[in-house]
Design a protein around this ligand. Sequence first.
Ligand SMILES: *Cc1c(COP(=O)(O)O)cnc(C)c1O
Length: 373
Amino acid sequence: MTNRFAKELNDMTQITPQPGIMDIALYQGGAAHVDGVSNVTKLSSNENPLGPSPKAVEAMAQAVTSMHRYPSSDHTALRTAIAETHGLDAERIICGAGSDEIIAFLCQCYAGPGDEVLYTEHGFAMYRISALAAGATPVEVKERERVTDVDALLAGCTPQTKLVFIANPNNPTGTMISEAEVARLADGIPEDAIIVLDGAYAEYVEGFDAGASLIEARENVVMTRTFSKIYGLGGARVGWGYGPKPIIDVLNRVRGPFNVSVTALAGAEAAVRDRAYVETCRVENAKWRGWLADQLAGLGVPSDTSCTNFILARFASQAEAEACDDFLKQRGLIVRRVAGYNLPTALRITVGDETACRAVASAVQDFKAGAAQ
Ligand SMILES: *Cc1c(COP(=O)(O)O)cnc(C)c1O
């Protein structure tokens, strides 16, 4: 179709999407290729460099032979495995095609035209996208030096506020706030609003329950979790939510009956039961995260202490951040620009394996040396 014809058709058509939909910018995933460079290392999507647990791989391979069968529609086996390993009530767990789907369910069920959905200045892109998709109004509030600001969130609440999303720890900042601060937020939001604690990176924080105990004591707190990060199963698309029974029951009404595939369910169940593997990944990540942050700081590229599997590296200017990104790309190192998250002078670098971390440090060193000449 020629552009002219497409435009005329567009002007004529009576077929229009729901309000808000055209305000959604297409989600830009982390790049995976560089033109002319083979052998790239992808450090742009916070994936686990060690991959999934061998037990999960084995379970998925087995499950492939039953692909002619529809998956379980109530996810009992996976919910039971999650409940047993986390000390939670299986009846209050909902599984989704990634935690993105749980975020979408929350917006679809609890926010519509005239309602407001709050999130922070450097908050995860899916909050805005899902709010707009539901016809609600996204509202962004300031952070304090790249840390979630509970006072700003409370001040941003209005009678129209229905959902408040925070990722704790947050992406792309890597910072987190204390349980006391989260409790203060949960206690201060309007009575008919829900606070959603996105725990995508919770497993990287030793001993952290991602807010589960806050949920037990309240009616307005929901937590989302994912198999895409420490479990190394981003390609399988599995996430879950936990909250008060009445809210989980509502979300289940809009959930497609077969929203999680046979292989994804099998892989996630095996992965969540392999606690030793999760611990290995957590320890390995912490080791190389600390090493990489120290190296970069020594080269004049500081970052906040990260509680996640990535570092938000801060440069002197947007021009320097972009030049360094280009330099890294030529070495086959793909990291993430985060100007779209209101962080134009920073790059988000996933903590890879030892080889990847050493490659990033030496490339940044060469970049800085070149720039100094
Ligand atoms: C990666 C990430 C998710 C996970 O999304 P999935 O749909 O489960 O893959 C959720 N929230 C945040 C903040 C993330 O960074």
